[in-house]
Ligand binder design. Structure first.
Ligand code: ATP
Length: 324
């Protein structure tokens, strides 16, 4: 499972799924600017991968990971910050360092003979697309470094750190299907039967989550939508009922900022989707198909409406350690 040297893992690779919001309702805006929401999330089989390599000088005992430096790189995907302070993957690593006592800040004197953890990120999850790409990467880093540094935090401790990093990160640590409330950090696993096949319509132009929430506030919409129909469909594994129940309060704001999204969603419905919806804050639009075969056919019918179209399955588990 890991690259090993002297019994210690030296390389860990974690594959992490994206997410789709099957239901999202805004319950109000708090004084601190955050929105209270109720959302049902499911992981989706479009994955990013984080590779973490412990690069230690010859003869340096593994315990010196307590004087660790960090180096970060990614595959060059547009819009993904390389800057330490901005990239959520690096922020996750720094937070785990702080919480566990591993490591110290880069550039504070030691330049040689210090072990380095090298993180490399390979992106398949579209950036700023409403699919929790950054949050998924943060979750993957927490899981990968928990193994590589052998700090052995439990899932609940990882989820506590995750909540400090962003509202979708705790869900991404666990994966599967969850009901999230508050600002999204309080999650409970939901009973979900079946596997769902999606056509994922991806745009080239990113959409900022903050802009979408701002537009939602300005439009002055209120909602009393409840997740019951989505939860019931998941309990029984009824794709048709799930398609009919999909709901996203942010859709109106995303479509306000990107009027073409409405037409794209409708194109999915006209092509035979059981339901179609903007995912999270958009601009990704997802259409639910009756089966994986149907999804492939549906994808072909709408391919010219999107910059990139993928077929994906949900739920897609959680972050997973894979062969380095
Ligand atoms: P969410 O659905 O959680 O609102 P999103 O999928 O819409 O998020 P992300 O892909 O997480 O959006 O990217 C949002 C912004 O976060 C990007 O524009 C980028 O500046 C920043 N960012 C920080 N870390 C990452 C990362 N590892 N991958 C992608 N973007 C990142």
């Amino acid at each position: 499972m890991y690259g090993m040297a002297g019994g210690e893992p030296t390389c860990v690779r974690v594959r992490v799924p994206s997410k789709v919001n099957l239901f999202l309702a805004i319950r109000g805006r708090r004084d601190d600017g955050y929105h209270e929401l109720v959302t049902v999330l499911q992981t989706l089989s479009i994955y990013d991968t984080v590779r973490a390599v412990l690069d230690r000088p010859e003869g340096v005992h593994p315990a010196t990971r307590r004087f660790m430096e960090l180096a970060f790189s990614h595959d060059g995907t547009d819009g993904v910050p390389l800057d330490d302070a901005e990239n959520l993957a690096v922020r996750a690593a720094r937070r785990l360092m702080e919480a566990t006592g591993v490591g110290r800040a880069v550039g504070d004197g030691h330049t040689t003979e210090v072990p380095i953890t090298r993180l490399h990120l390979t992106k398949r999850i579209p950036v700023a697309a409403g699919m929790a790409g950054g949050s998924a990467d943060a979750a993957a880093v927490l899981v990968a470094l928990n193994h590589l540094w052998d700090v052995d935090l439990g899932r609940s401790e990882l989820r506590e750190l995750a909540a400090e990093l962003g509202s979708d990160v705790p869900f991404c640590v666990t994966g599967g299907t969850a009901l999230a409330t508050g600002t999204g950090t309080a999650t409970a696993q939901v009973l979900a039967r079946g596997t769902y096949a999606w056509v994922v319509g991806i745009s080239d132009e990113p959409l900022s989550t903050a802009d979408v929430y701002r537009a939602y506030d300005e439009l002055g919409h209120t909602s009393d939508a409840e997740p019951d129909a989505v939860l019931q469909a998941l309990r029984t594994g009824d794709a048709e009922a799930l398609g009919a129940a999909l709901h996203n309060d942010l859709e109106v704001a995303a479509c306000h900022l990107r009027p073409e999204l409405r037409g794209r969603r409708d194109a999915l419905l006209e092509a035979g989707a059981l339901g179609a919806i903007v995912s999270g804050s958009g601009p990704t639009v997802v259409g639910l198909a009756a089966s994986p075969q149907e999804a492939v056919a549906l994808a072909d019918r709408v391919r010219d409406r999107f910059e990139r179209v993928e077929v994906a399955l949900s739920p897609a588990g959680g972050p997973e350690v894979v062969e380095p």
